[in-house]
Ligand binder design. Structure first.
Ligand SMILES: Cc1cc2nc3c(=O)[nH]c(=O)nc-3n(C[C@H](O)[C@H](O)[C@H](O)COP(=O)(O)O)c2cc1C
Length: 384
């Protein structure tokens, strides 16, 4: 396994490069890419770069305190690993590896409905806070059963994704032949196979992982659904506000609506029984030309007006990005690609290294800001 320490790995971009090296282009682009012209994908990252810090200098901070609590979950850092579907394709350790690394670091992990591991298998590797992300794939009965299993296994928060009522078009996936590779006939796949063969390390682990193409938490007629049906499943899992009634009944714990980028949807989320929102544009993978999440965060915080929790994701690549979001009033952030690259590069160890990089950044930044705790951060520490 490649070294994950300096000089080889200093930041998340280094993990991204290692992931790119290990993975075939089709798999790397699945993680790295965004919808259409990738305008929103770039905007998310740029929005963080546009925020600058206003430190309090000549202040000694002995023990920077990054701890926070989100919906009853105590976190060592205001970070939750975002739900990423199909991560078993990146690395056979997949969701189990990510959850294990998150738990060991004392942060949260949100499992995608499109996980390659069963909720119980993920629970077995960590005692840390686990959340469950919901797509209503398979219909309400299938979903109710999956929510029951997740609750029994101790998943404490439900994130209901509302920005995916039609699969976004990722142009890189089309060029790489992803639809053909997933569900095409044998002869349609052939032109897209050679690039897979040129990454033997990934190929061997993929071929040895017999369950990689299944979604064990979406069980229809007693059978786990296959990855080949994913686009069709998404098309058939259109969610509307009316669904919140039965979802609210089926889930006994807190609910966050994920994919909120307007004040109106934030207010509606609370009206429909959610405890808060995740300001998210799906990492720029769904509606391109959606605003950068950091740009709409103030509008959402105003709309929620302290009546619920506001979390944000999209574009977190450095620990300082976490602090910028907290300064702007977010309770915590979720990061997707930042740990996805680590997972693809080196499994659970790569995720652990991604978290370590983000934590060290955040700790150093807090000291340099002259602030002893994330609880004390506010707008006066930043300028846009
Ligand atoms: C490869 C990949 C798969 C994703 N799968 C899901 C998913 O299954 N459910 C979901 O709600 N969001 C999914 N997302 C969106 C993430 O949860 C999150 O909103 C996004 O990654 C945040 O942006 P960032 O990658 O810049 O941190 C996915 C994102 C990526 C990159």
């Amino acid at each position: 396994m490649p070294s994950l320490q300096p000089p080889r790995v200093v930041n998340i971009e280094d993990l991204r490069r290692l992931a790119q090296k290990r993975l075939p282009k089709a798999v790397f682009d699945y993680i790295d890419g965004g919808a259409d012209g990738e305008v929103t994908l770039r905007a998310n990252v740029r929005a963080f770069e546009e925020v600058v810090f206003c430190p309090r200098n000549a202040i000694a901070v002995a023990q920077p305190d990054l701890r926070t609590t989100v919906l009853g979950c105590e976190l060592s850092l205001p970070l939750i690993l975002a739900p990423l579907g199909f991560t078993r394709l990146f690395h056979p350790e997949g969701e189990r590896g990510a959850a294990q690394a998150a738990g060991a670091a004392g942060i949260g992990y949100c499992l995608s409905s499109f996980s390659g591991y069963h909720v119980d298998e993920v629970r077995k590797v960590t005692k840390g806070p686990l959340w469950y992300q919901l797509y209503i794939a398979g219909g309400s009965e299938v979903v109710e059963a999956s929510l029951e299993r997740a609750q029994k296994a101790g998943y404490s928060v439900l994130a209901v994704t509302i920005d995916t009522n039609f699969p976004g078009q990722r142009e890189r996936d089309l060029r790489n032949g992803v639809p053909q590779l997933l569900s095409g006939e044998f002869f349609e796949k052939i032109p897209f196979v050679p690039p897979l063969l040129s990454h033997p390390r990934w190929l061997v682990s993929y071929l040895l992982d017999r369950d990689v193409m299944k979604f064990p938490n979406i069980i229809v007629n007693g059978k786990a659904q296959g990855v080949t049906d994913v686009r069709e499943m998404l098309r058939q899992s259109t969610i509307t506000w009316a669904d919140m009634k039965w979802i609210r009944q089926a889930w006994r714990g807190p609910i966050l609506m994920k994919g909120v980028i307007t004040g109106d949807d934030a207010r509606r989320s609370l009206d429909e029984g959610a405890e808060g929102v995740i300001v998210s544009n799906h990492g720029g993978r769904q509606l391109d030309n959606s605003p950068a999440t950091l740009h709409v965060l103030p509008e959402i915080i105003d709309a929620i007006a302290g009546r619920g929790e506001v979390l944000v994701d999209g574009g977190i690549r450095r620990g300082s990005d976490i602090l910028k979001a907290i300064c702007m009033g977010a309770r915590a952030v979720l990061a997707g690609r930042a740990y996805g690259y680590g997972l693809a590069a080196a499994g659970a160890d790569g995720v652990a290294r991604a978290i370590e990089i983000l934590r060290a950044d955040a700790e150093r930044t807090l000291i340099l800001l002259g602030c002893s705790s994330v609880q004390e951060l506010n707008k006066s520490f930043i300028r846009r």
